[in-house]
Design a binder for this molecule. Structure first.
Ligand code: HEC
Ligand code: HEC
Length: 341
């Protein structure tokens, strides 16, 4: 229930804004210059969006020893029961932090039931997983290690004894935690490493930080549509998502196939109103992480954007509008360690 007043507050803004645009649309007939769009946008940006979308920070204060250890653990297939699957198998940094599949493949080629979200910027999400069942990254990491469709371990002992037999790991754990490997230290270092997976400096971030030439006209028009059509009422914060729960399919079912896992928050709360309610996903680096939605049912960004308009906002976008929004969304691709993703 906590999220509702917040959403209404934002929707109110969006509606007020739409009225503002309509008003100015009329005044154009009275001989106003076309520059009104940029002026309006300036105002709108100041008043409404400044606090809704924030740029990704350039760096975060993290413990570098823990990050180094976490990086090695994240890529280590020996942490799975069959020694064939690592965290990176499904969260490949070269593929936008995902596997770019509708559902993931774990040990013994077992298929999962839900789309793998990116690990980039996951530290900014208010909870982890589509249904928010993990409060933080350290808690989250237990799940893949022991999930029978993912890394398939059945006990901590085999993982910990492998780590403590390895000279390099013994040194790394000693450096980071002044102790041998423990489950707590392993989870903490995976968490610290994932917090380092931030992608600052997208065109939008440069724009938000004051470089108004960072977005071209098409991207700006897409941004404007993103705001005044109401996408921003759900996709906001540093991650442009990841800070609210919302229903997938407010006005119309998001998917007609209904394959995949549609319980969402219901699984945790057992409240029937939470069926189909998910953590709103981040739109950062979104051009790199197709297919989209928790069931991977949207194959392209264009398809995802057009479904969103219909299902979440009860409106249709013209070809031009959807093209502009997609162009804007491509301006959300950032840099990892100063290299474009
Ligand atoms: C076999 C594929 C697979 C492996 C291996 C795997 N993951 Fe995932 N990961 C997923 C899927 C699928 C989800 C979404 C599950 C859900 O929401 O119920 C997920 C979700 C996550 C999330 C939540 C992101 C968000 O936005 O909610 C994080 C963080 C994450 N994984 C980190 C890890 C780490 C760390 C490891 C290694 C210990 C790991 N994953 C191993 C497939 C995998
Ligand atoms: C009422 C809240 C809400 C509004 C408004 C909304 N979205 Fe979403 N968006 C969601 C939710 C919830 C999901 C996850 C749906 C799912 O996975 O089944 C999502 C998913 C997406 C995805 C796919 C992300 C991924 O990683 O799979 C894109 C792209 C997207 N939204 C873009 C938009 C755009 C563009 C608009 C405006 C036209 C918009 N959204 C409006 C809540 C919203």
């Amino acid at each position: 229930m906590k999220r509702q007043p917040h959403l209404f507050f934002i929707l109110f803004f969006v509606i007020a804004l739409t009225g503002y645009f309509a008003f100015n649309e009329n005044s154009k007939a009275d001989g106003k210059q076309p520059t009104y769009i940029s002026q309006e946008f300036e105002i709108l940006e100041k008043q409404q969006t400044e606090n809704l979308i924030q740029p990704i920070p350039e760096s975060l204060p993290l413990n570098s020893q823990k990050v180094i250890l976490g990086e090695k653990l994240f890529a280590d297939k020996n942490l799975s029961a069959t020694k064939t699957i690592s965290c990176s198998s499904c969260h490949n940094l070269a593929l936008g932090g995902t596997d770019q599949k509708a559902v993931s493949t774990g040990i013994h080629n077992r298929l999962g039931t839900i789309n793998a979200p990116t690990v980039f910027n996951s530290g900014f999400n208010f909870v982890q997983f589509w249904d928010g069942r993990a409060p933080d990254l350290a808690t989250q990491a237990v799940s893949p290690l022991f999930n029978e469709n993912e890394m398939g371990n059945t006990n901590w002992e085999s993982i910990i004894s492998y780590l403590n037999k390895d000279n390099e790991y013994r040194t790394l754990f000693q450096n980071a935690y002044a102790s041998p490997a423990t489950p707590k230290a392993l989870l903490d270092s995976l968490s610290e490493y994932q917090k380092s997976l931030i992608t600052p400096n997208s065109k939008l971030d440069q724009y938000l930080k004051g470089d108004h030439s960072a977005l071209n006209t098409l991207e700006l028009e897409g941004y404007q549509l993103f705001i005044n059509r109401g996408c921003i009422s759900c996709h906001q914060g540093i991650n442009m998502g990841g800070n609210l729960y919302q229903k997938a399919g407010v006005f119309k079912e998001l998917s007609t196939t209904k394959t995949g896992d549609w319980d969402g928050r219901y699984k945790i709360t057992k409240n029937i109103q939470d069926k189909g309610v998910f953590k709103v996903p981040s739109l950062r680096n979104i051009e790199l992480t197709a297919p989209y939605f928790h069931d991977g049912s949207a194959k392209t960004l264009k398809a995802a954007v057009e479904s969103m308009a219909k299902s979440q906002l009860g409106t249709e976008l013209t070809e031009q509008e959807s093209y502009k929004i997609v162009t804007f969304l491509k301006a959300l691709t950032g840099e990892y360690k100063k290299h474009p993703l």
